[in-house]
Design a protein around this ligand. Structure first.
Ligand SMILES: [Zn+2]
Length: 209
């Protein structure tokens, strides 16, 4: 009975997200995708994520969380500055949830990950070639390139990085860790890749589609 209750809860949340995002229509195998997303919901959200802009260190990011913005808005994320065209890599594992344009964000990619958290990448100059909604991503997956699209036009190129959970936006900065930690302080090895079979299956699915 407990399992049924959990499944119902997940189904409700997923249905809600399908309606809110309209992402469902973009997928051929919607059911499979949402089953994968439902599984992510059962996992604890990440307490650590990777720096999403290549060759930028966390200490180089100026904390602008909740800084005032035009129209009485608060800054609901962090801006990570880098030369135009710098590679943007996913900060987490997960699935590409949405690829699209909006007035503020310009070219944007959203990735859904553990705990149903959504990681939002905005102002992209361009998307990674071949990136599609439903693609599985890891922290090595290229999502796109730093730019100034949306309301970043006229500013130095940067990634606007947002993190959203059910309560709304949360500050990404405390979660970010540098990609290449100094060897002296590295005490634990990288976790071994899990679910190899599934990786292979999804890779082949992407190739045929
Ligand atoms: Zn921003």
């Amino acid at each position: 009975m407990k399992r049924n209750w959990k499944a119902l809860l997940v189904l409700t949340i997923v249905t809600f997200l399908m309606i809110v995002t309209g992402a469902a229509g973009a997928l051929a195998d919607t059911a499979v995708f949402y089953a994968r997303v439902a599984k992510l919901y059962m996992e604890e959200p990440h307490s650590k994520i990777k720096m999403p802009v290549e060759d930028v260190a966390k200490r180089e990011v100026t904390d602008t969380w909740h800084a005032p913005r035009s129209g009485g808005r608060q800054h609901e994320g962090q801006d990570i500055f880098a030369p135009r065209g710098t590679r943007i890599l996913s900060a987490t594992n997960g699935y590409v949830y949405k690829i699209g344009e909006n007035n503020l964000g310009g070219h944007t990619v959203s990735v859904i990950s553990s705990g149903g958290r959504v990681y939002y990448y905005a102002h992209l100059d361009s998307y990674a070639p071949g990136l599609e909604v439903g693609d599985r991503v890891t922290t090595r997956t290229l999502l796109g390139f730093v730019g100034t699209t949306g309301n970043a036009q006229g500013t130095p190129p940067h990634l606007h990085f947002g993190v959203y959970d059910f309560s709304g936006a949360i500050n990404p900065l405390p979660l970010i860790t540098d990609r290449t930690a100094p060897t002296v302080t590295r005490t634990t090895p990288e976790p071994a890749p899990r679910r190899r079979n599934q990786d292979r299956r999804i890779t082949s699915r992407v190739r045929v589609s």
